[in-house]
Write a protein that binds this ligand. Structure first.
Ligand code: EPZ
Length: 427
């Protein structure tokens, strides 16, 4: 595992052609967690090589599960799980380890996870998850920096989320499928990855209704069986690839994604003046000259995804006027702004709003990635900046994109990856 790898990007080339994204990281992780709900084998198809999947696999192995990864498939046997304490070092590396709470609690009646530290984009509380588990009968204690939850048998309950939370909804879903009685979740997240998890749980024998709507009902069952599940394409990677064409004045068609899962992004790409193509094979966008400045405000699905905010901001840096980008989901998700300014962008931030004044051109320079989606935004900016842009700490990108440079180079980009020094377990 390398930390500090660098992308050297020569800007100014138009990206053209067709490309397919990999399977959705944010569906794979909850489904890996769900695999501990059964003794039988769960195999997940369409899994790209992602650092987050490697770390999550490591955690499941540490707990006693068996995880095998081979050419695009991850096979998990949760039946050999013995441990119910998620290891601190690994949990700190991936926020999504919180997704193991529901399944381990449901299966073993006890789970211990580190109190989540902060992360690059916000302090990421899990109060909603804990409140939900308490309402299902769990005892929740905070002991020496660990959340310790215990409950002989979870009971179905009404869970009214105060905020729309993706992993909160997923955690409760996975706890409810083996609970006694009925659970009703209101203000549930409607992200396609939540729906994919629910689909997988139903294939395992769970009784779930209403996924993809604000109210989900779960009837607890006694046990779940193994399954082979193919995860949906990654709509965030698809948006990133589409915007790579848009920002460079080119034309990219992203294959295999369902257009209805990308409507909010496609609408903004259309408003920015690109010609959008939608058919049952996927989605495309072709630039038609200088981009128009467009205002964006992130919100839960089906709104504009926060995970595409940095990438869209990169496009607006060279648009024809002024755009405002409002980040409503996380409180600190503008860390790419300072780096974009190093490339010549004109952006001012006040609270949750970034005002982007389009400039004629960006100029290549060394920049540093801070978190997964910020690094994607910097790569897109580097594609259009004059001269060479060096994006450092590319390990952030490898958490959620498999060989992004190969995909972009296949569309005409000129990106060289320079491996960083090898560090065993980068923080
Ligand atoms: C998921 O994170 C995704 N991660 C994130 O993707 C994504 O950005 C986010 O949803 C929003 O769509 C995975 O699915 C693994 P939330 P999650 O709980 O579930 C607040 C990426 O780049 N909140 O929906 O952690 C929270 O602080 C990652 O792939 C509470 O206040 O996000 C935030 O402001 C980054 N209390 C808002 O809700 C809680 O108990 C939405 O968070 C839970 C959340």
């Amino acid at each position: 595992m390398t930390r500090g790898g660098v992308f050297l990007i020569r800007g100014g080339r138009r990206l053209e052609g067709r490309i397919a994204p990999g399977g959705a990281k944010n569906a794979i992780l909850p489904i890996m967690a769900a695999s501990v709900l059964t003794d039988e084998t769960v195999s997940i198809e369409n899994v790209p090589r992602l650092l987050d999947v490697e770390v999550f696999s490591e955690i499941v192995r540490e707990l006693g599960g068996k995880v095998v990864r081979e050419n695009g498939r991850v096979t998990i046997q949760g039946g050999t799980l013995r441990e119910t304490t998620v290891p601190f070092e690994l949990a700190q590396k991936i926020r999504a380890s919180v997704l193991l709470m529901g399944p381990i609690l449901a299966r073993f009646g006890r789970v211990e996870v580190p109190v989540p530290g902060g992360c690059d984009i916000g302090d990421r509380p899990i109060d909603q998850h804990l409140k939900a588990f308490e309402s299902m009968g769990a005892k929740v204690e905070r002991v020496h920096g660990q959340w310790v939850l215990s409950c002989r048998k979870l009971k179905g309950a009404r869970v009214d989320f105060d905020v729309r939370t993706v992993t909160g909804t997923e955690n409760v879903l996975m706890a409810a499928v083996l609970a006694e009685g009925t659970t009703v979740i209101t203000n549930a997240a409607m992200e396609p990855e939540v729906v994919d998890l629910a689909r997988c749980l139903k294939e395992m024998g769970a009784a779930i209704e209403g996924e993809g709507t604000p109210v989900i009902t779960v009837e607890g069952v006694n046990s779940l069986k193994g399954v082979s599940h193919t995860v949906l394409p990654d709509r965030i990677e698809a948006a990133t690839l589409l915007l790579a064409g848009v920002i460079t004045g080119g034309s990219v068609f992203v294959e295999g994604v369902r257009p209805e899962l990308m409507e909010a992004v496609l609408d903004k790409v259309d408003q920015a003046g690109a010609v959008v193509t939608v058919n049952d094979g996927g989605v495309g966008a072709a630039a038609t000259g200088r981009l128009k400045s467009v205002n964006v405000s992130t919100s839960p699905f089906p709104g504009f995804p926060t995970d595409v905010q940095a990438q869209f901001m990169a496009c607006m840096c060279i648009a024809d006027s002024v755009s405002t980008i409002e980040e409503n989901i996380f409180e600190n998700r503008f860390r790419h702004v300072a780096e974009l300014r190093r490339l010549g962008a004109d952006i001012t931030v006040s609270g949750r709003v970034a005002v982007v004044r389009g400039v004629e051109r960006l100029q290549g320079a060394p920049v540093t990635a801070t978190d997964l989606r910020a690094s994607a935004g910097l790569v897109l900016a580097g594609l259009v900046a004059e001269g060479e842009t060096e994006v450092r700490e590319i390990v952030h990108l490898d958490r959620g994109y498999e060989s992004l440079e190969e995909k972009l180079n296949a569309l005409g980009a000129e990106i060289m990856r320079v491996e960083g020094e090898k560090i065993e377990n980068p923080a």
